[in-house]
Design a protein around this ligand. Structure first.
Ligand code: PAP
Length: 309
């Protein structure tokens, strides 16, 4: 495998001071560890028809989607006062396909928990996901806020001070398609095409829609993954309670998500909860940057009709 890596194009991000190397395989860039995870998944993960894949490009709402889906499928076991989300980083509540095969196997054996999260691009998903006809939920977000979130997350995770890391360099690389599991537009396109082919199996959710109308979107999510709310639950406020439990304001105020705890002993929990503001990009983009990325996304994604501005 190491020999194979030598054949992949690689890139050291200047704005991250060479602290991370991206490798490109099957047209997508990501770090060594996740490629290894992706290969292992192909050999060792046998999807079951009941598996629900929560898919995303990083920084587009993964943590939020995981929290909501987790709360939906476990609502008979936990209520908002006993939820593991109160004391555990959301990412640790839902296994990550590339790195948590043992947990997924455990969940398969006990057939209690259907959720599996992944950042893998659609063409890199293991065939068993398609063979088993698993449901897929894909979350996406306006590109400019993704660029900003991506910049701060990686810079802080790799401890590169803001004054040493020009935002414009991160922006230019993103536009070249070199980003965490990027190009972002190709990541979206893969899942979008799949949603056209199998609309009953692939649900698209938009971060900004979740912000504007969380209740409707949480009900849509629950229905799609096969855990619809009953009228009694709706009348009892179960949907609103899940929305409140998983809100940024609530989760980001919890000790576990403010603490120096680290996901996989690498990334501080707090880095998954930054600002969650729609339009934070306005604090970073010049007019030229805005025009450039809008033009780029129009060029790449106009066919989809998805609005990412
Ligand atoms: P990941 O792919 O590394 O897990 P992801 O969760 O997709 O990251 O993205 C993190 C973004 O979601 C952060 O956005 P920001 O940088 O613009 O602030 C984070 O603040 C935001 N976020 C995390 N949890 C929530 C939530 N419960 N509601 C809304 N946004 C959230």
């Amino acid at each position: 495998m190491e020999d194979m890596f030598k054949t992949f194009p690689k890139h050291n991000c200047s704005w991250l001071k060479g602290k991370i190397t991206w490798y490109k395989n099957q047209d997508f860039w990501f770090p060594h560890l996740f490629h290894l995870g992706g290969f292992s998944v192909h050999q060792n993960y046998k999807a079951e028809p009941s598996d629900v894949l929560l898919c995303s490009c990083p920084k587009t709402g993964t943590t939020w989607l995981k929290g909501l889906a987790f709360s939906i499928v476990t609502r008979e076991k936990f209520d908002p006062s006993t939820s593991p989300l109160l004391t555990t980083l959301t990412h640790e509540c839902v296994p990550f396909l590339e790195l948590d095969l043992d947990k997924i196997e455990h969940n398969h054996k006990n057939s209690t928990f259907p959720l599996v999260a992944t950042h893998l691009p659609y063409p890199s998903l293991p065939e068993s996901v398609l063979d088993a006809n698993c449901k897929i939920v894909y979350i996406y977000r306006n590109t400019k806020d993704v660029v900003v979130s991506h910049y701060h997350y990686l810079r802080e995770a790799l401890k590169v001070p803001v004054e040493d890391s020009p935002f414009v360099e991160a922006f230019e690389e993103f536009c070249e398609g070199i980003s965490y599991y990027g190009p972002y537009w190709d990541h979206i396109l893969g899942y979008w095409k799949a949603s056209l082919e199998r609309p009953d199996r692939v649900l698209f959710l938009k971060y900004e829609d979740l912000k504007t109308d969380p209740t409707t979107n949480v009900k849509k999510l629950a229905e799609f993954i096969g855990y619809p709310f009953s009228i009694e639950e709706e009348n009892a406020g179960v949907v609103e309670n899940i929305v409140k439990l998983c809100s940024f304001e609530h989760l980001s105020s919890l000790e576990v998500n403010k603490s120096a705890g680290k996901l996989r002993k690498i990334v501080e929990n707090r880095l998954y909860y930054r600002k969650a503001k729609v339009g934070d990009w306005e604090n970073y983009f010049t007019d030229e940057m805005k025009e450039k990325i809008d033009r780029l996304m129009d060029e790449k994604l106009s066919v989809t009709g998805l609005v990412l501005k």
